[in-house]
Design a protein around this ligand. Structure first.
Ligand SMILES: Cc1ncc(COP(=O)(O)O)c(C=O)c1O
Length: 311
């Protein structure tokens, strides 16, 4: 096997290649115009978490952007499975992307582009590492506003990340790890790659709009229902978040991650709270042994060696 595959595998133009060797055309509008949508699933201990739900959400996002691909859901699933199987990764971050594609020379008409599909696996990514999660993360309320859904529908996973990226810089500048972006009305939205939850008096709340409706957020809402705990989807003024007993963020890149500092203040008692701990445990339990999780077909790996397409 190509040794470079162990750091991740990409699927580009029908071929599997080492991630670091993968290339896209420079004039693909996905690159020059952020004209793309994507989704990220994860593999934990050799099993995909909610892969069908991720593919369904991806197809929905594509529809919203008037994109289509000559690939069935089954074919997409197969490609994503192979990207992981070929890498041998047991814990992986797996991205599927659809770009508008390359316009004919001189054209700026998006209808003339053939949409393109790219996929890749890479080692699992943590927004907050397990060590950082043990003490809880420090978060700031950013000065940067989140792009509003009225401009770009945040429910469609997109590459418009400059607000989120400047938030990352701001967090580091202010001695924190992550930043929560407010909207124009001063309500909390989300941060770079994560949703935000607060807990007060044993019930959860999370922003209802101007956010990407994350798969981990969806999972936490389901777990809360299972526990008989309320979870309110509402406009959350920054002050309401400051008064929370517990705060945590959710992402495919790290699961349920406690936040124990917000700006200069401790959250609650400044320790990882009991509800956060319980949801963390349940989330990873589900990632490990939910019967709906699907195993990666590592045994097919040999058949695809050498970057050849699989039947
Ligand atoms: C802007 C934004 N919000 C929230 C999330 C969390 O979504 P998920 O739980 O599906 O990873 C992401 C994931 O990348 C994101 O990009």
């Amino acid at each position: 096997m190509n040794p470079d595959f162990s750091a991740g595998v990409a699927h580009v133009d029908g071929q599997y290649v080492a991630l670091r060797d993968a290339r896209i055309p420079l004039v693909d509008r996905g690159f020059v115009r952020s004209d793309a949508t994507y989704d990220v699933a994860h593999v934990w201990q050799g099993r995909f978490f909610r892969l069908d739900d991720h593919i369904d959400r991806f197809l929905w996002s594509m529809g919203e952007l008037r994109m289509s691909l000559p690939l069935s859901k089954k074919e997409m699933r197969h490609i994503l499975e192979q990207c992981v199987a070929l890498s041998g990764l047991r814990d992986a971050y797996v991205q599927m992307t659809c770009t508008r594609g390359v316009p004919p020379p001189g054209s700026r008409d998006p209808r003339e582009c053939q949409n393109r599909f790219y996929a890749f696996s890479q080692p699992f990514v943590w927004i907050g590492t397990p060590a950082q999660q043990r003490t809880g993360l420090a978060m700031v309320i950013s000065q940067v506003q989140r792009i509003a859904s009225a401009a770009i529908d945040t429910r469609v996973k997109n590459f418009h990340w400059l607000d989120l990226t400047m938030g990352i810089f701001e967090a580091y500048d202010r001695g924190a790890l992550v930043a929560a972006l407010p909207d124009a009305q001063g309500n909390v939205t989300e941060g770079a790659g994560f949703n935000i939850f607060g807990a007060k008096d044993g019930a959860l709340f999370t922003p209802r709009r101007n956010v990407f409706e994350g798969m981990t957020r969806r999972t936490v809402i389901e777990l809360a229902r299972q526990l008989g705990i309320g979870c309110e989807l509402a406009d959350i003024p920054v002050q309401r978040l400051r008064e929370a007993d517990e705060i945590f963020i959710t992402s495919t890149a790290g699961g349920v991650m406690p936040v124990t500092r917000l700006d200069e203040a401790s959250v609650g008692h400044g320790e990882v709270g009991p509800l956060t701990q319980q949801l963390q445990r349940m989330y990873w339990q589900r990632a490990a042994d939910d019967p709906r999780n699907t195993p990666v077909p590592y045994e097919n790996m040999a058949a695809a060696r050498g970057g050849k397409e699989l039947a």
